[in-house]
Design a protein around this ligand. Structure first.
Ligand code: TRP
Length: 474
């Protein structure tokens, strides 16, 4: 097997890898799901528990996945085989790489649909800002003169319109596919090095804006004052799952990106930088969104529609709401692109490394079929709204197509992948290989291995069991 050397591609520098990995990690999970969950779960206790999950579970797993990729230097399946061989354990561990690639493939299919909604709102706000400009009032509020029902109604209209949903999904998947087909240094790295700085400028600008016009004190109190009675087992479960999803763990994404790292990169500090940036962005997203929501006296616990219905309405009465609304949705879109390319890259790398396909073929095969699955997801809101793909299974009995793909990958495949990765690196990987690849030694190494071998499997097993059998939580 020469797969290890057949991937001549790689990041051009350590900072390129860090930017791309932050781009993978920072996505809809940070800007849409994290504020949604924090809002629904009552804020502080969720947020603090979430940070604990990132440090104690996310970080060790992140380093474990980077390690596998760096040591293997090829797609996830091939990399796991390399590590297994060098550690003299069964190569059958590759199965969790295959499972991960399949999960990443399924995730990108609905991720693109949700990103399509964001794209639609970019269009809505671009048109609105355009008309504000024409009216000579560029700093007016958004969607002037519309009632709250009208603004919220846009989402229903969008969902009832399969053609529009399809067009958005098509555009987003097309861009994702195009970037992935262009390869690592010419596609993914270039996208990340352009888009991530733009992302941070936008994020910080909108957060400052929110602090000026909104109620930052109330938002900070909401996000950071824990009411521990709200930390129910369900909330802990969702915090843990969210930490894995947000760091792009469990589905071989970081293994794949890690495989393009060149020799000599310090892996430990790299993992810390990625986890820190990802969590920082989630918190900033909260500090950006909630001051605006509170300023207008809206409900932080709106759920998944928080970003699509609550916030646009808040922008109506904000100074420059039209412009800021546009920038806000552009921000989410940018984050979504750098994540979706990382998701599509996982199966694409598998096709290149294991099947011997060209990169373009592989990206077309997987991007194309994910596009088709996404079509079913979006039809689930209109023509196929009665379909319950896993309706025979009690936890998915009421779940539409998109939420079923989301739920199955998030509740089953992702925790299984994370569990296998922690067991594999925590118990099976050769110690010398671990030390030389990660550059860790002494106390730091011991703590890492302990968390990976004991805490991660335990915690992830708990998410898996309570996710599949919610009744055990009573
Ligand atoms: N982490 C991304 C987000 O927060 C989603 C994502 C990108 C992802 N790549 C991944 C999730 C790989 C799991 C695995 O939106």
């Amino acid at each position: 097997m020469v797969a290890a050397t057949s991937t001549a591609e790689g990041w051009s520098s350590r900072s390129a890898f860090i930017l791309a990995a932050i781009g993978a990690a920072v996505g809809l999970g940070n800007l849409w799901r994290f504020p949604t969950l924090a809002g629904e779960s009552g804020g502080g206790a969720f947020v603090i528990f979430y940070i604990g999950c990132v440090v104690l579970l996310g970080l060790p797993l992140l380093l474990a996945e980077i390690f596998i990729g760096r040591a293997g230097q090829t797609d996830a399946v091939g990399s796991i085989k390399v590590v297994a061989r060098e550690s003299r354990v069964s190569e059958r561990w590759w199965l969790f790489g295959g499972l991960g690639a399949m999960a990443a493939f399924l995730i990108v299919s609905f991720y693109s649909v949700v990103a399509g909604w964001v794209l639609y709102y970019v269009g809505v706000f671009a048109a609105d800002f355009g008309s504000a400009l024409m009216a000579g009032d560029p700093f007016r509020g958004a969607l002037a003169g519309e009632s709250q029902e009208q603004i919220a109604g846009r989402m229903g209209d969008l969902f009832a319109n399969p053609t529009l949903l399809l067009a958005m999904h098509f555009a987003f998947m097309g861009v994702t596919l195009f970037i992935v087909a262009r390869g690592i240094s010419g596609g993914i790295e270039k996208a990340a090095t352009w888009l991530m700085p733009a992302f941070f400028v936008l994020l910080i600008s909108i957060t400052i804006y929110g602090a000026i016009v909104g109620d930052v004190g109330e938002a900070a109190a909401f996000l950071f004052t824990p009411d521990w009675s709200k930390l129910t087992p369900e909330v802990m479960n969702s915090a843990l799952g969210q930490a894995l999803f947000s760091l792009s763990l469990g589905v071989a994404g970081i293994i794949t990106y890690g495989s393009y790292i060149r020799e000599g990169t310090k892996l430990g500090s790299t993992a810390v930088a990625i986890a820190f940036a990802d969590t920082g962005v989630a918190l900033l997203a909260g500090l950006m969104i909630f001051p605006i929501v509170f300023a207008v006296g809206l409900d932080p616990a709106a759920g998944p529609t928080l970003v699509f219905q609550t916030l646009p309405f808040a922008f109506e009465s904000m100074p420059a709401g039209s412009l800021i609304g546009l920038l806000f949705f552009v921000l989410i879109l940018v984050a979504a692109v750098t994540s979706s390319i990382s998701l599509l890259e996982v199966p694409t790398a598998w096709g290149v490394g294991q099947m011997g396909w060209s990169r373009t073929t592989s990206a077309l095969v997987f991007g194309g079929s994910a596009f088709v699955i996404g079509i079913f997801c979006l039809l689930g809101y209109n023509v196929l709204s009665d379909v319950r793909p896993l309706g025979f299974w009690s936890i998915f009995a009421e779940t539409d197509i998109l939420d079923t793909v989301d739920g199955f990958t998030g509740k089953v495949m992702l925790p299984l992948g994370a569990l296998a990765a922690s067991l594999f690196v925590g118990w099976k990987a050769d110690r010398r290989l671990l030390e030389t690849t990660t550059g860790l030694s002494g106390g730091a190494f011991a703590v890492w291995r302990f968390l990976l071998a004991w805490l991660c499997p335990l915690a992830v097993s708990i998410i898996l069991v309570t996710g599949l059998f919610p009744s055990v939580l009573g």
